[in-house]
Design a protein around this ligand. Structure first.
Ligand SMILES: NC(=O)c1ccc[n+]([C@@H]2O[C@H](COP(=O)([O-])OP(=O)(O)OC[C@H]3O[C@@H](n4cnc5c(N)ncnc54)[C@H](O)[C@@H]3O)[C@@H](O)[C@H]2O)c1
Ligand SMILES: [Fe+2]
Length: 435
């Protein structure tokens, strides 16, 4: 039941929206196109970004072989940190600056692709790290112009980073995650290969799959672009337009696919259909939120990740405590949708139905609970933590978490229902334990 009045122009709102995406190639074997694609872009020497675990898997060798066959020189950087930090972004930027590259290739999850985007940015337009970081955490200086070509090959299902202009990192000194966002950071090409999902461990698949779910549902329930204050000039319209009729399409298809395939894909490594469909869903969700935006679950996740005490997730590197991104996001989601549903109940019900909930006979007043229950059901079916308490938080942390989330203005402003700092604390309290 789409609500057409959602896009009625509000006083001072933006009547138009802009769509930015990478050129997308999807299909089994797509990553083997890297060499030919690099040659098509005129590249002679590329930096190939990956992480240590992936470097030992066959995909990276497939990409290297295709570069060799195409006569493209390359140097490998496998020191990407999983859930990158300011220090790891800077180390990667140094490698990019020293290597005299004319292009970039990334093979990995969001951690690798985001690090590659940042390295490309600082090699092309050198500056202090904080210069381009979102205000008010950083200076929020606009990226001055195009970067070098970047071919992104995602291997999780997933962040959608291969299609977005965002690079996220943990600002360790400030104890929060934040990012750099610009249309110039969108990879030139995305080579999305569903075969890469075969080796994904269950927890990584579940966390990255819930991230994709949340990208799609947050995007679909964002404040509409017609309510976002019009930018001073069209060329500085933000990447996150707010919900719009274009991003609604990939968002809803992503929700349908995640609702149908996530639980199957996590349960069975050999279910290539489910794993392949999750890969496609993640890219669709990336295209959606890369233009529409995310809101509270993501804004809150950056505090959940940044204030971690000693939690370590199965299947992730164990060197440091870490709440993986998708986990930090989805643990907030049921609590958030119970709060936001009354701002656009039809959209919350649509989202719940797309995810597979039975909405027959439901009224607007039921919307928040129905979507929350469907997400909780999927969390249980994938043996996910039962709430923030399961990753080490207590009710007494709600205030500190709200303080950490409150500066995420770019995301919070996109919420269909404004949230004060007190609201955020209440939302964190509501996310402590779901069952
Ligand atoms: N730029 C964006 O638009 C965007 C969006 C959402 C999240 N992010 C960021 O992306 C990061 C999370 O990325 P992610 O969830 O894709 O995971 P990830 O890149 O952090 O990878 C998680 C783990 O899975 C391993 N792995 C990846 N692919 C594998 C495969 N095919 N087989 C076996 N192991 C594999 C990695 O080596 C790593 O150990 C966070 O830093 C998050 O903030 C970025
Ligand atoms: Fe995300």
């Amino acid at each position: 039941m789409p609500c057409c009045h959602y896009y009625m122009l509000q006083e001072g709102g933006d009547a138009a929206f802009t769509v930015n995406v990478s050129q997308l190639t999807f299909g089994p074997g797509a990553i083997a196109e890297t060499g030919d694609r690099a040659r098509e872009l005129g590249l002679e020497r590329v930096a190939l970004f990956t992480d240590k675990r992936l470097a030992a898997l066959p995909f990276v060798e497939t990409v290297q072989r295709s570069l060799r066959e195409a006569g493209v020189d390359y140097a490998v950087y496998a020191d990407v940190e999983v859930e990158p930090t300011d220090a790891s972004f800077q180390a990667a930027a140094q490698f990019a600056q020293d290597g005299r590259f004319d292009g970039f290739v990334s093979v990995g999850g969001g951690s690798v692709i985001d690090t590659c985007k940042a390295a490309n940015l600082f090699a092309t337009h050198p500056a202090e790290l904080a210069a381009y970081v979102n205000a008010p955490i950083g200076e929020g200086r606009p990226v001055p112009g195009p970067l070098m070509p970047h071919i992104a090959c995602p291997t999780t299902s997933g962040t959608g980073s291969e299609t977005t202009g965002v690079a996220v990192f943990d600002f360790v000194a400030k104890k929060l995650k934040t990012g750099i966002a610009s249309k110039h950071m969108i990879p030139t090409m995305a080579l999305v290969d569903p075969d890469t999902a075969a080796t994904l461990p269950a927890t990584v698949l579940a966390a990255s799959g819930f991230d994709a779910l949340s990208h799609a549902l947050e995007c679909y329930t964002c404040r509409p672009h017609t309510m976002r204050p019009r930018a001073a000039r069209p060329s500085v319209r933000p990447l996150y337009n707010g919900a719009n009729p274009w991003s609604d399409l990939p968002a809803r298809e992503a929700l349908r696919l995640v609702g149908r395939y996530l639980v199957r894909a996590v349960a069975d490594r050999a279910d290539t259909e489910a794993r392949g469909q999750m890969t496609y869903a993640a890219t669709l969700a990336g295209m959606a939120f890369g233009n529409g935006g995310c809101h509270l679950p993501h804004g809150m996740s950056y505090a959940v990740a940044g204030l971690v005490r000693d939690f370590r997730a199965a299947d992730y590197p164990q060197a440091h405590p870490m709440v993986p991104h998708g986990m930090a996001v989805i643990l907030n989601a049921p609590s958030v949708y119970r709060f936001t549903a009354n701002a656009c109940p039809e959209r919350h019900l649509d989202g719940a139905a797309d995810l597979g909930a039975d909405i027959r006979g439901a009224t607007s007043a039921d919307a928040g609970e129905i979507v929350a229950r469907r997400i909780i059901e999927m969390m249980q079916a994938t043996q996910f933590p039962h709430g923030l308490a399961a990753v080490g938080y207590r009710e007494a942390d709600a205030g500190a978490l709200a303080e950490g989330a409150f500066p995420q203005k770019r995301l919070l402003d996109n919420s269909p229902r404004p949230a004060t700092k007190e609201d955020l604390a209440e939302l964190f309290r509501g996310a402590m334990r779901y069952w």
